[in-house]
Design a protein around this ligand. Structure first.
Ligand code: NAD
Ligand code: ZN
Length: 247
């Protein structure tokens, strides 16, 4: 964990005070929330799978035209989950919900870690990778069948995870509930996202209250936020928690 400067401390104190004062707080997370659990994000520079840009395989194009590659990519991602679990940052957010400090979490992550850590009000804007369906007949499928590269047991069609691919719409109810929550929020805390994926990158602007950003890289987006904290999600949440409980 890096040493705290005076400015870091002031910022942590400020965000802690906003969290205490806010009557309605929404947290919006992205892949950077889960990298400390060992799950790589999409846009950080470290080499990716088979030197392929993951955003090109997580797409309707890949599902239609390169199904074997698409399936290998998702099998690899599902297998990664077996060895990973939520970290203390996920647990702190779940605890804040119990203490009435956070009202809901909207996430772009498909790993289910917020729920596993104990958060109840979670909107999964990009779906969940732990269940599958048939692309051809829409029946539910078995995750084990997908991992074993079997086809749909009803129609023989292509199984796929219940995630939102590039080229697909977001789940209507989750998106609507998120927008409603953000519109009435006194505070939105955005954590671990490059804010490059539409429409989630538009959501923070709906907030009429305060907006805070916690990310390893804040250079591009900090001007759009009332406060931007550069750092790891888990470490920063732990530091905020210390400031919250110091009085
Ligand atoms: P992204 O890869 O575009 O951006 C991640 C951001 O998090 C980057 O700005 C990076 O600097 C930052 N970051 C990395 N590690 C961090 C840490 N420890 N603490 C704080 N910040 C950190 O990811 P995104 O914005 O979420 O892009 C969206 C797409 O990525 C979505 O479609 C999502 O479904 C998918 N995705 C999900 C998972 C997952 O479920 N865990 C993993 C990879 C990608
Ligand atoms: Zn089918």
């Amino acid at each position: 964990m890096k040493d705290m400067s005076m400015e870091d401390n002031r910022n942590l104190d400020l965000l802690a005070s906003w969290i205490r004062e806010s009557k309605y707080t929404v947290v919006l997370t992205g892949a950077g929330m889960s990298t400390e659990s060992g799950i790589p994000d999409f846009r950080s520079k470290d080499g990716w799978w088979k030197n392929i840009d993951p955003t090109t395989v997580a797409s309707t194009y890949a599902l239609e035209k390169q199904y074997d590659l698409f399936r290998d990519f998702y099998i690899m991602r599902i297998n990664t989950l077996k060895y990973c679990k939520p970290h203390f940052g996920h647990k702190i957010l779940a605890d804040w919900e119990k203490r009435g400090l956070v009202h809901c979490i909207a996430t772009q992550n498909v790993d289910g870690f917020h729920q596993e850590a104990g958060s109840k009000n979670v909107y999964e804007l990009h779906g969940n990778i732990r269940t599958v369906r048939c692309e051809d007949c829409s029946d539910d499928g078995k995750l084990e069948d997908f991992i074993m590269k079997k086809n749909c047991s009803s129609c023989g069609g292509r199984l796929r995870p219940n995630v939102v691919l590039f080229g697909e719409s977001l789940p209507y109810d989750d998106l609507n509930s998120t927008m409603e929550a953000i519109r009435k929020a006194d505070l939105v805390i955005v954590i671990g996202t490059s804010l490059q994926v539409y429409p989630v990158n538009q959501l923070p602007d709906l907030c009429k209250g305060k907006k805070a950003y916690i990310n390893l890289d804040i250079d591009f987006h900090s001007k759009y936020f009332d406060l931007a904290l550069k750092g790891k999600a888990g470490d920063t949440l732990l530091n905020i928690e210390k400031h919250l409980t110091k009085y």
